[in-house]
Design a protein around this ligand. Sequence first.
Ligand code: 5AD
Ligand code: SF4
Length: 434
Amino acid sequence: MNKYYIETYGCQMNEADSEIVCGILENQGLTRTDLLEEADLILLNTCSVREKPEQKIYSRLGKINKILSKGKNPKIGVIGCMAQNFKGEIFKKNSIVNFVLGPDSYRKLPEIIKTHKKHVIYTDLSKTEVYEELFPSRNSGMNAWITIMRGCDKFCTYCIVPFTRGRERSKSIEGVLKEIENSANKGFIEITLLGQNVNSYNYKGKNFTDLLNEIVKNKKIKRIRYVSPHPQDVTEELLKLHRDHYPKLANHIHLPLQSGSDNVLKAMNRNYTQKHYLSLVKKIREYVPNMSITTDMIVGFPGETKEDFKETLRVMKEVKFDTSFMFKYSPRPYSRAYKMKDDVNEEEKSKRLSEMIELQKEHTLFRNEEYVGKEVEIIVEGFSKKSQSEMMGRTSSNKIVIFPVIDNFGEIIKKKTIIRKTIISTKGVTLFAK
Ligand code: 5AD
Ligand code: SF4
């Protein structure tokens, strides 16, 4: 076996897991290919958070089957959350799949490469697996994902994650620092700390801010991000760190709201009320006035009335999120809400979602217009998608900025450098600088 091919779906955690998987495979002497047709091993790292991404995988497997029917006969694996969710069922639905590996089973890959068995399945969840000492293989990109904790103990009633990724567990502080140092030595100047509830980090009594206090000391790292925190665990200490270490500690917080209605929040088991959330936002803005706040929203949760939905819009209007990921509720097996009646019909869910998206667009524009005329610090990521005469980079607040390749002194701007520019306009989610 020489070449492997991997596709990654879902959240950043899956992106990071794919890098661990690549590291394991490359340690076994395999090299990565971007050509499916020439691979000896094909992996799909999958997501089960909603039904739609699952359907996408089944149709992708069908397409892969067609592409491969003429060529060679590679080993095909479904890994990640769908593997955990469907286990052996995947073989029944897709005859081309040879193995199924849940998110805690990637250390089995060397064994899988060597086996001649037709079907292999490993989906035990672990209480301890954090892939300590396994360094991820990163081919490109600006940002190094650093997984600091895995799993989830929050049990939001809509969510499958506690069942696909198991219980919360954290990597050692030394392990995290070592991985960061390793990334810095490979030229990464930006890191994103990752965890399903990143700020619930707890390693032998050391919490998330204890860890951050150590990380900020690394001089080679210029920007630190983290996703996703749970509002319940955002402490004053964390906000003080943001205040004291800006712009190195990015002035962006992703704070999933999910719903603005107390009834729905309770039914979702979110452990906060509308009042709670709004006072947290107020506190965040007291400590860090220019903090960009982004969120996740679900419309059409079981029992969500028109009034409940209005409450959500009310909170949105008050906070004016910078951006938001918005979803229609999708019933998920194992979750508590799965047993509740999915009583907001599809048409109504779509209507609420469109209304929410329209409102969010206004707020994104409002937030981005605040940047016009201001100077920002940008880490340069590379050429813009549209043109080789323009480059793109990101502000500490995670805004994408497009600017000319040539700077004001006639020099070509280089990737992975830090520059300062004045924003001149904004469109959609993008800022433009001269
Ligand atoms: N239906 C719709 N959206 C969901 N999410 C999680 N579970 C579901 C579900 N069953 C959304 C939440 C979460 C994001 C990653 O996906 O908003 O924050
Ligand atoms: Fe999808 Fe959630 Fe699994 Fe990430 S953790 S891949 S979002 S189901």
